[in-house]
Design a binder for this molecule. Structure first.
Ligand code: CMC
Length: 390
């Protein structure tokens, strides 16, 4: 019989070759197409990072203008799509809506499902990046019982998204440049992260030739779990549950007794620190200051928890450090989002990574359908026994 290497959780199996993102987990390095994440977060914009991930180089001015034009051309969704939304319960988790709504895009944009045509692959890519903010904002508005807000193409990507979430017909909405910049930076920090669970899901789904909308819906489903993108929602709930600094020692004791995980801590690849978490922590302070919440008690709990965890043997031995999700919850809450929207924002930003990885795979001549093997541990060959004889 064939013998296969057993590698649960794929801790030592490379599933593909990729030129998009490089991570050195021991050194805490994350590069997109060679550029460090902290430099991109500081100096670039989310749309520019999208171009970089998709095309391999930073755009020249005319290339960027053309790219922006292509994105804003596709920001609207079909009117019938809004009626499709009405089928969801108002109290549905917005991630449940995202899985369904994004999957349904293939029912609305048939032309983009022709993956053999490079031009259609590019249009599908632009459509996904352009429509995700519109769909995510609708998921938010729907849960609030507020009217959907149409996109405005004269605004930046982040500003347009915040406006679609927070403006209401009854009053003017004025953007706060610090918050808009923070939103854009949060999108940059989540744009891609090589072969994590959701990206691998997108590649595996796509390897069969499935259309990109269906593949991204599969990625959203995988992202939803609390060990992956769902950790930002769980991390904030955990900080709320701890409540005050005095309760931290008891909580940490519970973690060390294996009663629960410290959400927003630990990473499969980063065994030194998560470079995204550093930028996120800085952004968190900026946002809290801008909205006048510098004394947010949850920030105090987070900082104290981090300090204790980083000096405790249990966490040091296991190389557990804060990841990108540790400070993102407090930041997103200060931006005005409820916890159930946090993973939706992650999905919105990660869409470019998913689609860049999908495109790279489709265009790779060595690509094969993904088909892991298994180690069979079930019953040996036996004969069927009729029901009345069992
Ligand atoms: N709290 C307490 N103990 C932990 C944690 C944690 N957050 N993470 C790992 N450990 C322990 C784990 O119990 C194990 O201990 P031992 O060796 O004694 O059995 C050891 O550390 C190694 O952990 P592992 O589970 O083998 O590590 P993994 O690479 O399979 O898991 C992880 C990585 C991110 C799933 C895990 O650290 C985790 O569940 N963290 C909490 C959820 C979280 O914050 N996820 C977001 C990740 S970053 C953004 C994203 O990917 O979406």
């Amino acid at each position: 019989a064939d013998v296969f290497t057993y590698d649960p959780g794929f801790t030592s199996t490379a599933s593909c070759e990729s030129k998009i993102t490089f991570i050195d987990g021991d050194k805490g390095v994350l590069l997109h197409r060679g550029y460090p994440i902290d430099e991109l977060a500081e100096k670039s914009s989310f749309l520019e990072v999208c171009y970089l991930l998709l095309h391999g180089e930073l755009p020249k001015a005319p290339e960027f203008a053309e790219f922006e034009k292509n994105i804003v051309y596709h920001t609207m969704v079909h009117e019938q799509f809004d009626r499709f939304f009405q089928g969801f319960r108002r109290d549905a988790h917005p991630m449940a809506i995202m899985v369904g709504a994004v999957g349904a895009l293939s029912a609305f944009y048939h032309d983009s499902t022709n993956i053999d045509d490079p031009a259609q692959r590019m249009i599908a890519t632009h459509r996904m990046i352009a429509k995700m903010p519109t769909i995510a904002a609708r998921a938010f508005k729907y849960s609030r019982g507020q009217p959907f807000v149409y996109p405005r193409n004269d605004l930046s990507y982040a500003e347009n998204f915040l406006r679609m979430c927070f403006s209401v017909p009854a009053e003017d909405w004025t953007p706060n440049p610090v918050l808009t910049r923070a939103m854009d930076r949060i999108f940059i920090l989540h744009a891609d992260h090589e072969q994590n669970a959701s990206t691998s899901t997108v590649r595996l789904a796509g390897s069969s030739g499935a259309n990109p909308f269906a593949c991204i819906a599969a990625g959203i489903a995988s992202l939803w779990g609390p060990k992956h993108g769902g950790a930002n929602e769980e991390a904030l709930n955990m900080l709320k549950e701890i409540g005050t600094v005095e309760n931290i020692p008891d909580f940490v004791k519970g973690v060390k007794n294996r009663e629960r995980l410290l959400m927003g801590f630990g990473h499969r690849v980063y065994k030194n620190y998560d470079p995204r978490a550093k930028v996120m922590q800085k952004t968190c302070h900026e946002v809290l200051e801008a909205v006048g919440h510098s004394n947010d008690p949850l920030l105090k709990v987070a900082m104290e928890l981090e300090k204790i965890a980083l000096s405790d043997e249990f966490f040091i031995e296991r190389k557990l450090y804060p990841n990108v999700d540790f400070y993102s919850g407090i930041t997103l809450r200060a931006l005005g989002f409820p916890p159930e929207m946090f993973t939706v924002l992650f999905a919105l930003a990660r869409t470019v990574g998913w689609i860049a990885q999908w495109k790279e795979m489709i265009e790779d001549p060595s690509q094969k359908i993904g088909r892991p093997r298994q180690i069979y541990t079930g019953a040996p060959l036996r004969s069927y026994v009729a029901l009345d004889k069992r």
